[in-house]
Structures are given as C-alpha cells and as structure tokens.
Design a protein around this ligand. Structure first.
Ligand SMILES: *Cc1c(COP(=O)(O)O)cnc(C)c1O
Length: 422
C-alpha cells in the first residue's frame, strides 16, 4: 500500500524519492507503484481512497476530497453525444463533490503537503500561483500546520480564500506583476536555505494527485475513455491523465488503448498551442486579457522528456486554442445544461468539446471524459465559511535580482518565525 519507486522513464534508473529531475537527463520522473492493480481503500476518505497509487506513506488527515464522475444528460443532449461523462472537481454537494477551494488543485495540494511533512526537515514550502493553487495549498497547509509561502500576482488577491481559518504559518507575498513574475520570484526564494519548492509539473505528488480524475472516471465508466478533454495552462493535468491511463492499462481491467488527449488553451496567449502547431509563441503579458489567468503559463513543460509533447504524441492528441467569445458561449451553455456554476478555465474545455463535436473529431457514440477542473464557487460561498487571506508583503518583481538582497527573505523568515511553529 502506497509503496513506490521514483524512476526516470528515459534512462530507467530509480531516483531518490524526493528528486524533481533525473540525474542523467532532464526528464519528468515517474512513480512506479508496487500495486499493479488499483484497489480502492474504502476505509479512507475522499482522495485517499486512491492511496495505493499516491506517493505518500500516510493520508493527510482533515483534507483531500475526490472529484465526482457522472454521466451527463444536459450537456450531452446539447452537444449530441451519447456517452459523455463529466469529472467535476469543485463544490457540488448534491452530487457528492466537496472540494472546499473548488478546483482540481485540491487534488494536488494534499499529497504534496503530506509528502513534504514526510521529509521531516521543517522546510517552508514555496508555491507560486495565480489563485486556485494558492487556495488549495493554503487549505492543505492550514490542515497540516506546515509553513507555507504563497507568491501570488497582485491581480489574484481577491481569489485568495480558504474555508477554514488560515494557519498562522502562511506568508502571502503579492507581486506587482503577472503569474510568470510570481513564478520567477518564487524560483529565487527556493534557491535559499530553509525553503523548498513544490516543483510544479516535476512533482510526482501533484501529477499523481491530478491523475485521480482519470482513476475515478475509469471506475465510474468501467473503462478508459476514448477521449479526454481539459483546459490547460502548464499541461500538467494532461500529463497526469496520460500517466494515470498507462497505469490503468497496466491494471488490465480498463482496456488497452490510451485515451486521446484533447487539451485546450485560451487564445491569443496559448504557448502550448503555439509549440504544437509551430505558430508564433506569445511573449510577455497577455495583450487581449485572458478568459482565465490560470491558463497562461509562459514556460510549460512541453519538450522535456515525459512532458506535454510526449503525452500528445503517444495519445494522438490535439491542442486547440479557444477565444474568449467561444469560452463565454460554452460557459453559459454548460451552466444552463448542468445547473452548476463553473470556473472560467473549465468553460474553455467545454468550448473545445463543443468544437470537436461540431467538427466530427469526436463521434456521437465515443466514450468521452470532460474534465471540469473547477466549479461550484457560488455554491461554496452560500454554504461554507470564507476566510480571506491578506497579503503580508508587497514585492516589486524587477527590483529583486536576488531574493535575499532586498531583505525580502528576512521579512518572510520573520513572519513565519513570529507566527509559525518552526
Ligand atoms: C490549474 C488549472 C487548470 C490548468 O491545469 P494544468 O496544470 O495546465 O493541467 C485548469 N483549470 C483550472 C480550474 C485550474 O485551476
């Protein structure tokens, strides 16, 4: 149970359990679980039911909900699809979905925080986020009481809330810039003693946590889907879906063909679309404004071995780029057809499916999984307590060539030390 090795898929060598890259090449490392067959742990709550295929020694208590998978009627009818399943990550208690911070980042944060605790070295976790990731990590770190530094672009501040009182050991640094500038600043912090990065796409706990979407869906559908649709920024969710599918093929009960990955980006700022189609990559801040900022990651793990390009090539995948107008139409269509509010990013995936159904690139009878990566915020706001996280430090991105130089580090240390159990 929960026993695994971390292995490089390129050179084949086993790696230290917390490594973020192979020592011989730059590939994304992968977990290899002792259990080849997935046995659901019905004695454990939520996400932890998938304990056999999560890289942790123990479940983290008090946090970790799972997504729900259901067969669509409303949207399926609208799009003329007969076997459309929806994986919903968010808050929708009528369907059994109780992710407090309302996005599938709630699948990544709990295993990541648990793994950090298992290292027992007292380091503070540094997370850069445009909103959803920050909320999920704030929630998980509050449950666990681990020190956390959140680096967020100042535009994302209004999205920073939790449904439990935020722990005293969280320090919020808000950067006057965009998500990429937040990532850069977080990267500089991680170079300092006592701070550890969560590793983004390189972190197996994040990817295997997100992989639960496909595991849960395959159990509900009785098979792997023919097609998987998701809106992406970094594309990590797509890689995770591919890896989870490989594991399910190894299990033997869910079929032997990989689902075709259909990943959707938001035009015009769509670096993965540009890389895949060979068109010009966007530079700098997004000029037209994003439908959802989480979909613009300027440095996605595309060409790295085991990354997005490999996932697309092995699954005969597609990448599309959705305009704000198309996303908005799909957004309304989904909310009316399924009667739940969704996050803007998820509407981009709906638009991609709508396009694929109209163009015939999916057929009526195909088994389709649509990943609704976030939703139910309005429902959550009605029912759950909401605590806003306030920003502790305002930082100018360009002024800091090195994090320690301008005393930023000292300020963070002081805030964590003053409040936290370090
Ligand atoms: C993060 C996020 C995405 C994009 O995820 P990837 O890391 O690119 O797979 C999509 N939707 C929502 C709601 C998100 O929070």
């Amino acid at each position: 149970m929960g026993e695994y090795l971390v292995r490089c898929p390129v050179c084949g060598y086993a790696q230290p359990p917390h490594a973020l890259a192979c020592q011989n090449d730059d590939s994304l490392l992968r977990t290899e679980y002792v259990a080849r067959r997935l046995t659901l742990r019905d004695d454990l709550p939520g996400l932890w039911k998938f304990f056999d295929w999560l890289p942790v020694k123990e479940p983290l208590r008090g946090v970790g909900e799972k997504p729900v998978t259901f067969r669509s009627e409303g949207l399926a009818r609208e799009l003329g699809l007969s076997r459309l399943y929806i994986s919903f990550s968010g808050y929708w208690p009528e369907r059994g979905a109780r992710m407090a911070t309302c996005s599938f980042k709630d699948l990544e944060a709990p295993p990541t925080v648990e793994r950090l605790m298992e290292r027992k070295d007292g380091q503070a976790l540094v997370v850069a986020s445009a909103g959803n990731t920050a909320r999920a990590f704030a929630q998980a770190a509050s449950a666990a009481g681990v020190p956390l530094v959140l680096v967020v672009p100042s535009s994302g501040k209004s999205r920073l809330w939790t449904t439990v009182p935020p722990s005293e050991s969280i320090c919020v640094v808000s950067v006057m810039g965009d998500y990429t500038e937040a990532i850069d600043l977080a990267g500089r912090l991680v170079g300092e003693a006592g701070f550890v990065g969560e590793g983004g796409a390189r972190n197996v706990a994040r990817r295997d946590g997100m992989g639960v979407v496909v595991l849960d869906a395959a159990l509900a559908m009785g098979a792997l889907p023919d097609h998987y649709f998701q809106a992406v920024g970094s594309g990590t969710g797509g890689i995770a879906a591919w890896e989870a599918s490989l594991r399910l093929i190894g299990d033997g009960r869910f079929g032997s063909s990989l689902p075709r990955l259909h990943i959707a980006q938001n035009s015009p700022c769509a670096p993965l679309y540009a890389a895949w189609t060979g068109s010009a990559a966007p530079q700098g801040p997004c000029p037209g404004g994003m439908y959802d900022e989480v979909l613009y990651n300027r440095k996605p793990p595309y060409a790295v071995p085991g990354g997005v390009r490999d996932a697309l090539e092995e699954t005969a995948g597609t990448v599309c780029s959705i305009s704000n107008g198309e996303a908005s139409v799909a957004h309304q269509l989904f909310e009316e057809a399924e009667e739940i509010d969704i996050l803007p990013a998820a509407a981009v995936a709906v638009a991609a499916l709508q396009r694929a159904a109209a163009s015939g690139s999916v057929e009526k009878k195909d088994l389709i999984l649509l990943n609704i990566t976030g939703g139910g915020v309005s429902r959550a706001k009605e029912e759950l307590d909401m605590f806003m996280l306030r920003s502790d430090i305002e930082a100018e991105p360009s002024a800091h060539t090195s994090a320690s130089e301008y005393g930023l580090l000292a300020e963070i240390e002081e805030i964590l030390g003053r409040r936290g159990p370090r």
